[in-house]
Design a protein around this ligand. Structure first.
Ligand SMILES: [Zn+2]
Length: 137
């Protein structure tokens, strides 16, 4: 504030019109900056309102909002699918304890020793490994 007043005062000595113009310009750019800041605050609040509703009231029967909540759930499911796809492609998973990258075939994390999978998991899943089954060509 002070700076812009001083700037305005200084310039008014040399030419009042120019000073007026400069002051107006700096005032408007400052105000536009403030507007952007306020709009960001509004967006953040909207976002939080949405999250609050989703977390606490999405089971209530508001048809419009239910559709939006379902789209969030759908997107979350897709994110999980894509994450699983990335893990499959990379053959690497992040350790849930230390976040270090660990091969999906590893039983323990090489960094912190976290147990990455149950040893008896092979009995549940089909042991038919479909690796390198290039039947094409
Ligand atoms: Zn680890």
């Amino acid at each position: 504030m002070d700076f812009f007043q001083k700037l305005g005062n200084t310039l008014s000595n040399t030419g009042k019109d120019l000073a007026e113009k400069t002051k107006k310009l700096s005032d408007t750019s400052k105000l536009n900056h403030e507007i952007t800041k306020q709009q960001e605050a509004i967006d953040r609040a909207y976002n939080q309102i949405g999250k609050l509703y989703f977390d606490n009231y999405s089971n209530l029967d508001y048809p419009d909002l239910k559709e939006l909540c379902d789209s969030i759930k759908e997107a979350n499911t897709k994110i999980e699918e894509y994450k699983a796809e990335i893990i499959k492609i990379k053959g690497i998973i992040n350790c849930p304890k230390c976040n270090q990258e660990v091969s999906i075939t590893a039983t323990f994390c090489g960094n912190c020793g976290y147990k990455m999978k149950e040893e008896s998991s092979e009995s549940d899943t089909n042991a038919t490994t479909e690796e390198n089954t290039n039947t094409e060509n």
